[in-house]
Design a protein around this ligand. Structure first.
Ligand code: FMN
Ligand code: FE2
Ligand code: FE2
Length: 389
């Protein structure tokens, strides 16, 4: 598929994988994007996931016929983009792999390829004819070997996973009214929160480095090609990587017998009445990535967990650990939960929140046995949500 005369889309949709990275549900699929720059030389930028080799090679053949691929640019070695390198080498034996020094041992280790690899340096140029490619390192977005590729003549940035999103692409690979930023925003945030979330500082470095480029087109490895909506997409990545959030509350809870759940729903009803934006997530019935997405969206995190073996009910502990792992900053925190003989979950959650640098808005509410509004009174919390900050 032609994006321009020289730039072709040869990626594909994956609508069969249930869990991306065997962790994150992708009910709307995902695309593995790969691109050709067709000039006197033909450059292929990244590949695709292992299961799609035949269709992928066919996509390439459809664009260039019997012409060989001269260069395979390796921006990122996660297997969703690198798994077909050996097949490309088998199909095009003279292809030169172009990448940075950090990727070389990964290419050897994952793909068994050690020959005909050209190692480029930061800012180096690769002429293709009328066009050329230039390479910029973007380390830890979200692997150490990550780089991006810039085609100045086409004002196109091949950004790797940066600006990527879950959700397969429709026939318009290029963003337009039918596949615009708004329709990808939630899944882009969930992708970011799940996969890139820990690397806010390095994403910020990459954004700064790229900010001088006159970008007309962002070709990332997942989701639409961004042209029209570049400002919104870049602004979202900028906000997420600064851990900036909207006013609002994410309530995430787990509950075995419904007592903590009743408290969570009572709080959600109170926020609804007070017209405070919120999201409610039951961590026992949905994947943690949905709550994680909203932790990146809202500035207050309220967790409900019963005490379990003197600890935090595991599904809630899992979310809290995921939040701490991602070095989420600038959040307010509150915990509640039911216990039977000796409550511990609220205290332990508060300790985790404090260590993560969150601001506690109250001591939390640990209530014994069944939920009732007087045992679990969110009045102070609601007051603080209104008047603090
Ligand atoms: C396996 C298991 C371990 C538990 N461990 C504790 C505990 O260490 N301390 C405590 O006070 N209650 C403990 N409980 C009791 C729960 O905290 C209590 O039933 C609570 O009301 C459950 O809240 P829920 O209805 O929201 O699930 C445990 C319950 C189970 C099933
Ligand atoms: Fe990746
Ligand atoms: Fe990826």
């Amino acid at each position: 598929m032609k994006l321009t005369e020289r730039i072709r889309y040869v990626g594909l949709n994956d609508r069969q994988t249930v869990l991306f990275e065997n962790q994150w549900p992708i009910p709307e699929g995902v695309s593995y994007n790969s691109y050709l720059v067709v000039d006197e030389k033909v450059a292929l930028i990244d590949t695709a996931a292992a299961a799609f080799g035949d269709a992928y090679l066919e996509n390439i053949r459809r664009e260039i016929g019997d012409r060989p691929v001269d260069y395979l640019i390796v921006n990122h070695m996660e297997p969703d983009h690198s798994a077909l390198q050996a097949r490309i080498r088998a199909q095009y034996p003279d292809v030169t792999i172009v990448t940075n020094a950090k990727a070389v041992p990964m290419i050897a280790g994952f793909q068994g390829i050690t020959e005909n690899i050209r190692v480029i340096k930061e800012g180096e140029n690769l002429p293709l004819g009328e066009t050329s490619l230039q390479f910029f390192m973007a380390p830890m977005v979200h692997w150490p070997e990550t780089m991006v590729t810039w085609c100045a003549e086409e004002q196109t940035l091949f950004s790797g996973d940066a600006f990527g999103t879950f959700k397969a692409v429709n026939n318009n690979v290029i963003d337009s009214e039918s596949n615009d930023y708004e329709s990808y925003k939630e899944e882009m945030t969930r992708y970011y929160a799940s996969i890139v979330g820990k690397y806010g500082a390095t994403v910020q470095n990459a954004l700064k480095k790229l900010s001088g480029l006159p970008i007309k087109r962002i070709c990332s490895t997942h989701g639409p090609v961004w042209e029209r909506d570049i400002p919104q997409v870049v602004a979202l990545y900028d906000r997420l990587s600064r851990y900036d959030a909207d006013p609002g509350v994410v309530i995430a809870y787990g509950s075995m017998y419904g007592n903590t759940a009743k408290a969570a729903r009572a709080l959600a009803d109170a926020l609804e009445s007070a017209k405070i934006p919120y999201a409610l997530h039951d961590l026992c019935s949905e994947n943690v990535s949905y709550a994680l997405r909203d932790v990146f969206r809202y500035e207050t995190l309220v967790l409900g967990a019963p005490t379990y073996n003197n600890g935090i009910f595991p599904p809630v502990r899992q979310l809290m650990e995921a939040v701490c792992d991602r070095l989420v900053k600038n959040r307010r925190f509150f915990a509640f939960g039911s216990f039977t003989w000796a409550g511990a979950s609220v205290r332990l959650l508060n300790e985790m929140a404090k260590s993560a640098g969150m601001e506690l808005i109250g001591d939390g509410i640990s209530f014994q046995h069944a939920y009732s509004p007087d045992k679990c009174d969110f009045g102070d919390l609601l007051h603080n949500l209104y008047y603090v900050k």
